[in-house]
Design a protein around this ligand. Structure first.
Ligand code: BG6
Length: 488
């Protein structure tokens, strides 16, 4: 491994994301030598911690990751704490001195990563103060990492982006979408551009439709405060699903590097049809979970208002107005409290134009469509359904499944999204982050759906936990004489 030198200044260092995801990811990077002697973390939040207390917290959060106590203690010795109120300028002076001291102590080469893991209403203030209070380094790189939500519609996202761009250039801003750090999402490009048999057919002449499913079995858990203001459309569709769809729909990038890949994703998103009112209301459906037995329905979860109209399920049809995809819809769905936790993409190919085996000549059942499934989680792998002759007397075809599922030992050792993404930030590779034009186009699309939903009263609750969502999600495809490949 190549060691990356940098100071990481983390805002929100005592928060849930930091302890659950960021410190474990950093430990992995440390263990593998991607960060080692020349790294330091300044954690900050409103807590009155000292370095010792902070290190204790860090050690506790990575305890499960390794049995090597010495490794963990050495790792934690690189962590420092500064109590900080984002609006108090005096605190930035403290951060600035601390950063200079650690830069010297660990020979960090003036490299700085500013990671804001806080509520988005603080992003702008922090970015502005980092610049105005001279925390940006003049002899190394400066990179800003931010977490979603990135706005709640196009307007607010733009306002936020304008604030950030006063302090940072677009190529210095790393907007995390943790789905882009997932092994099998990154694999979409390998499957498409590494295989003639798929890419040659990857268009409206041979593909009938593409289905993207992000199903969760958990409900809203302890996040009602955030979730009830967001809903599934903003929480999952605007970011994760739009990213997956753009990787599936884009043209081949000129080269396998961030600027080229982003350019193609943006082009794809720009040809996504932004719906008018009538189209939005026919092509998108929403749901909210009810209860079975003694489970709580969404409206009775802690922190959710009893008359909440927030959707916990979305299904929709997306249309690209371009030469490659015109006429081939992308169907998407996501929801809480569904049958299981899984993420998959099903690419449904067209059936042969002529079925020479068909009834009545041969008494054969109609051919199946070829389906390429990309299993993203929990299994990682692919399957391809093909038609073959069965081995009995006479001539009958049956679907055969060619399947590869990655060995669970290997999937356990694949780097988790945050390990990959933090590493990419340290390398300066923006491939797996959402660029502003991608975010902007995704909002413009989603805003139209929201606009329609905000004026129509939904009939909630409308699906039972453990199902695959409301009936309307099946009707959405049935109307087009199609069905979901994965069904219960
Ligand atoms: C997050 C959403 O972005 O993704 C959550 O805010 C959701 O609501 C989560 O549960 C799902 O991520 P994963 O990696 O568990 O599929």
């Amino acid at each position: 491994a190549t060691e990356r030198r940098s100071l990481i200044m983390l805002f929100g260092a005592t928060g849930d994301l930091a302890t659950r995801k960021l410190y474990p990811a950093m430990l992995k990077l440390y263990e593998k030598g991607n960060i080692r002697d020349h790294f330091a973390v300044i954690g900050s939040s409103r807590y009155k911690f000292d370095d010792a207390k902070f290190r204790e917290m860090v050690m506790k959060s990575v305890d499960k990751e390794s049995s090597n106590k010495k490794l963990i203690a050495d790792f934690a010795s690189h962590f420092y704490f500064v109590t900080h109120d984002v609006t108090d300028l005096a605190h930035y002076a403290v951060l600035k001195d601390k950063a200079a001291e650690l830069d010297k102590k660990y020979k960090l080469g003036g490299n700085r990563v500013f990671y804001i893991s806080m509520a988005p209403n603080f992003f702008g203030t922090v970015a502005k103060n980092l610049k105005n209070q001279n925390l940006l380094s003049t002899n190394g790189f400066n990179r800003l990492v931010i977490e979603k939500p990135f706005g709640r519609d196009f307007e607010s996202a733009k306002a936020l982006n304008d604030e950030l761009s006063n302090a940072f250039e677009e190529n210095q801003i790393f907007r995390i979408d943790h789905y882009l750090g997932k092994e099998m999402i990154q694999n979409i490009e390998a499957i498409r551009f590494g295989n003639t048999i798929f890419e040659a057919l990857w268009n409206n002449r041979y593909i009938d439709n593409i289905q993207v499913t992000l199903a969760e079995n958990l409900g809203v858990e302890e996040r009602a405060g955030y979730y009830d203001n967001s809903g599934a459309l903003r929480d999952m569709v605007q970011n994760h699903i739009m990213q997956i769809v753009s990787l599936l729909a884009m043209e081949q990038p000129v080269a396998f590097k961030d600027t080229d890949i982003r350019a193609e994703k943006v082009k794809a998103l720009r040809s996504l049809r932004v719906y008018n009112v009538a189209e939005a209301s026919t092509n998108f459906v929403r749901g909210q979970y009810g209860s079975v037995g003694n489970t709580k329905d969404y409206r009775h979860e802690d922190g959710v208002p009893e008359d909440s109209n927030t959707e916990t399920f979305v299904a929709g049809k997306l249309l690209f107005d371009n030469y490659r995809w015109s006429g081939t819809p992308f169907y998407i769905r996501t929801g809480k409290k569904l049958a299981d936790k899984f993420t998959r993409v099903d690419v449904v190919f067209k059936k042969p134009l002529v079925d020479i085996f068909a009834f009545p000549q041969n008494g054969n059942a109609p051919l199946n469509a070829n389906v390429l499934t990309i299993f993203i989680e929990p299994n990682q792998g692919f399957s391809l359904v093909v038609n073959a002759k069965n081995s009995e007397q006479g001539f009958h075809t049956e679907p055969v499944n060619l399947q590869f599922i990655e060995d669970s030992k290997r999937t356990k050792s694949t780097p988790q999204p945050y390990e990959r993404l933090i590493h990419d930030v340290l390398k300066g590779d923006g491939t797996n982050f959402a660029s502003w034009p991608e975010v902007a186009n995704a909002w413009k699309f989603v805003d139209q759906i929201r606009r329609v939903w905000d004026i129509q009263q939904p009939m909630f609750p409308n699906y039972i936990p453990g199902s695959m969502g409301p009936v309307s999600a099946d009707e959405l495809l049935a109307r087009d004489h199609r069905e979901w490949v994965y069904k219960l």
